[in-house]
Ligand binder design. Structure first.
Ligand code: NAG
Ligand code: NAG
Ligand code: NAG
Ligand code: NAG
Length: 367
């Protein structure tokens, strides 16, 4: 019935003249979506759920005022790519919002601002690359947050600050290579964390987060596999199995970079210095020296050691060769001198002696 409403509305002007009775019907049909407790067109409502999933929607249906008692709005498997900042401003009572399997690539910072009763938010399988640090502000009731299968390369400081009630978080299958411990510290009630399917770089930039993760595990939390992609010699290993000693060089790096602060790796210091005023864009672009550090892992430092040892060994071998050569030269010249003296003495000693030793003759001819 509501499917008919859209095309009919388009030709409304023509029908107004044709039939007053039809006009009346059309008015009713057109008015449906904005009725006080109407189910949005193209959606199915059953009292608690408004299900608009898999309808090929490219924009949000007019939600108007959702039926009273609605606690869940389901919009998965559509083609949504953008949402207006006020999209959910009438849905303050929502507890569950599912936007999975869409093409959302950018969310307005205030999109969820009114949804203070939200307990579950699913943004799985979209095209999100950056999240505004204020996006989840005020969602104090949130228990489950699914951000898996997106293009996130960073979790900005402050993003999770209001989510102290969160128990389940998935960041699986994104493009994360490092995480800041400070961004996760507000999650005091987290029990389950999914981090798999990310290109983790197991170096100094992950050291403090590893500490936090170990604390999470210690208090009974669960974390899935965190497999290293870099450095090469740790590829495929789970960072939880990499001993903390492997990260000792980070402290040296910090000292080299002058004045470590609060034990955080140097890369994080830029973000930690201005925690509240930094926009998320600034967080994504790490300072140049930070990037360089990320690519100076254990293996490189080992390679430097190898070069030094190889140099020392080469030096020793060279000195020995020079000594051997010098010894050979001295020996040869001494022998030559001896032979010459022998030759000089030969005429004095007579012919009989000259025939006596053919070997000596040979040596003297060579010399
Ligand atoms: C509405 O549907 C969902 C799932 O399809 C179900 O869990 C829920 O109980 C239903 N609500 C009502 C009031 O029928
Ligand atoms: C919210 O509801 C009011 C009427 O109650 C309506 O005028 C307004 O357009 C609605 N806003 C949205 C974003 O649907
Ligand atoms: C949020 O939930 C509380 C308690 O469940 C309820 O009293 C309140 O009215 C809800 N807020 C909205 C905007 O629905
Ligand atoms: C992600 O969403 C796209 C488009 O909606 C869909 O084709 C694909 O199967 C989904 N992938 C997963 C892993 O859910």
């Amino acid at each position: 019935m509501q499917l008919l409403a859209a095309p009919s509305r388009r030709s409304q002007g023509w029908r107004i003249q044709s039939s007053p009775a039809l006009l009346c019907v059309l008015c009713v049909l057109a008015g449906l979506p904005s009725w006080g407790s109407g189910c949005p067109s193209l959606c199915v409502c059953n009292g608690t759920e408004v299900d608009c999933g898999g309808r090929g929607l490219v924009s949000l249906p007019a939600l108007g005022t959702l039926p009273p008692g609605t606690s869940a709005l389901l919009l998965p498997n559509n083609r949504l790519s953008t949402l207006p900042a006020t999209a959910f401003s009438n849905a303050t009572f929502l507890e569950r919002l599912d936007l999975s399997n869409n093409f959302l690539d950018n969310l307005p910072a205030s999109l969820f601002r009114e949804l203070t009763n939200l307990t579950e938010l699913v943004l799985r399988n979209n095209s999100l690359t950056v999240l505004d640090r204020d996006l989840f502000q005020g969602l104090a009731q949130l228990r489950r947050l699914d951000l898996s299968i997106n293009g996130l390369s960073t979790v900005p400081l402050g993003l999770l600050d209001d989510l102290s009630g969160l128990t389940w978080l998935s960041l699986a299958s994104n493009r994360l290579h490092a995480l800041e411990r400070a961004a996760f510290e507000p999650l005091a009630n987290l029990q389950y964390l999914q981090l798999g399917g990310n290109p983790w770089e197991c170096d100094c930039s992950l050291r403090d987060f590893k500490h936090w993760m170990e604390w999470l595990l210690y208090r009974g939390g669960r974390v899935d596999a965190v497999e290293c992609t870099l450095p090469k010699d740790l590829r495929g290993r789970d960072i939880r199995g990499v001993p903390m000693e492997m990260f000792n060089y980070c402290l040296q790096l910090e000292d080299e970079n002058g004045g470590a602060k609060g034990g955080s790796p140097p890369c994080n210091r830029g973000g930690g210095a201005q925690p509240s005023e930094t926009p998320p864009v600034a967080d994504t672009s790490a300072p140049a020296d930070c990037v360089r550090q990320r690519y100076r892992p254990v293996s490189v430092r080992r390679a430097i050691g190898t070069v030094v040892i190889a140099g020392v060994v080469c030096g020793i071998v060279c000195i020995m060769m020079v000594a051997a050569a010098a010894y050979g030269c001295i020996y040869a010249s001494l022998m030559a001198k001896y032979q010459r003296e022998l030759k000089k003495r030969q005429p004095l000693m007579g012919d009989g002696d000259a025939d006596g030793d053919p070997e000596e003759k040979q040596i003297s001819s060579v010399a």
